[in-house]
Design a protein around this ligand. Structure first.
Ligand code: SF4
Length: 73
C-alpha cells in the first residue's frame, strides 16, 4: 500500500492596495520579491516559497511597514 506524502508549501502574497513601495521586502529577500514599474512589490512567480527561503519570507513579512505581505502555509 502506498503512503500519501503531504507537502505543505509556504506561499507569500503582496496586497497591492496596501503596498507603498518601500522595497524593504525586495532588499531583504530579492529571491522572493520583485519591483513593478510603479516601484511596488510583486511576488516572483506564484509566490511559492522554497523551504530554504521560508526564514527570509517571514523576515520580509515582519519588516513590511504597511502589513501588505501575508503568508499562507
Ligand atoms: S515592504 Fe511592504 S510596503 Fe514595502 S514594497 Fe514590500 S510589500 Fe510593499
Amino acid at each position: 500500500m502506498e503512503t500519501a506524502s503531504i507537502v505543505i508549501l509556504m506561499r507569500i502574497h503582496v496586497d497591492a492596495k496596501k503596498c507603498q513601495g518601500h522595497n524593504r521586502c525586495y532588499a531583504l529577500a530579492p529571491e522572493l520579491f520583485d519591483v513593478d514599474d510603479y516601484g511596488n512589490a510583486v511576488v516572483i512567480g506564484d509566490g511559492s516559497v522554497p523551504a530554504e527561503l521560508e526564514d527570509k519570507a517571514r523576515l520580509a513579512l515582519a519588516n513590511c511597514p504597511e502589513f501588505a505581505i501575508t503568508i499562507s502555509e
